[in-house]
Ligand binder design. Structure first.
Ligand code: AMP
Length: 212
């Protein structure tokens, strides 16, 4: 099973990715996580990526495409994978298509998780990470216990300005790939507002229909 997850930042892609990975026993390939890891390691790619990520801008296509192609060529992706955060531009979508086509395979489904911008802003700017445990809280929707509050941090790209920039980019650069997958009859639209379990249920209904 090869699935692509599309949606604005803060749409809950990470949460739904974790469920799909369990359901289909496939690895999740999250470009955001891979790029943050590269930035933490201080590799050449990481240093380049960090400067774009901090400003809420997309990392250049060629770097991200090379990184993803290398990852999905690994043996654990042979029977499928879930792409979270990739492709984000038409160039990336076309590069993925070409590479899979050369291998005689294709994407099974592209799932779009839809959430209105004002809710995205509220979700993202309230997000806080506990660096000690990796737990993510939300100041309003999932308040942290008082004793961990002093050590919580906000991701650099979760500030209001960076979030605004990411939303603008999303609408300009990522929405065209929605039309791209729609034309290929691979798109599943899922309402991303509400309880994660219910969203997961909607997603499974959609995926089952697409892959029947
Ligand atoms: P995410 O965790 O998916 O929200 O990604 C965080 C940041 O990583 C984004 O704001 C971009 O700067 C960068 N990034 C992640 N995936 C991609 C991609 N497919 N193309 C370009 N930049 C990306």
């Amino acid at each position: 099973m090869r699935i692509i997850l599309i949606g604005p930042p803060g749409a809950g892609k990470g949460t739904q990715a974790a469920r799909l990975v369990r359901t289909y026993s496939i690895p999740a390939v999250s470009t955001g996580e891979m790029l943050r890891h590269a930035a933490d390691q201080g590799s050449e790619l990481g240093q380049t990526a960090d400067s774009f990520m901090k400003r809420g801008q997309l990392v250049p296509d060629e770097s991200v495409i090379a990184m993803v192609m290398e990852r999905i060529a690994q043996p654990d992706c042979a029977s499928g994978f879930l792409l979270d955060g990739f492709p984000r531009t038409l160039t990336q979508a076309e590069a993925l298509h070409e590479s899979l086509q050369q291998a005689g395979i294709g994407v099974d489904s592209a799932v779009l998780i839809e959430v209105p911008d004002d809710l995205i802003m509220e979700r993202i700017t309230g997000r806080r990470l506990d660096p000690q445990t990796g737990t993510i809280y939300h100041v309003k929707f999932d308040p942290p216990p008082p004793d961990v509050v002093p050590r919580l941090v906000q991701r650099k790209d979760d500030t209001e300005e960076a979030c605004q920039a990411r939303l603008v980019r999303y609408h300009a650069e990522t929405e065209p790939i929605v039309a791209y997958y729609e034309r290929q009859n691979l798109l599943c639209r899922v309402d991303g507002v509400g309880d994660p379990d219910r969203i997961g249920g909607r997603l499974m209904v959609c995926l089952t229909k697409k892959t029947e």
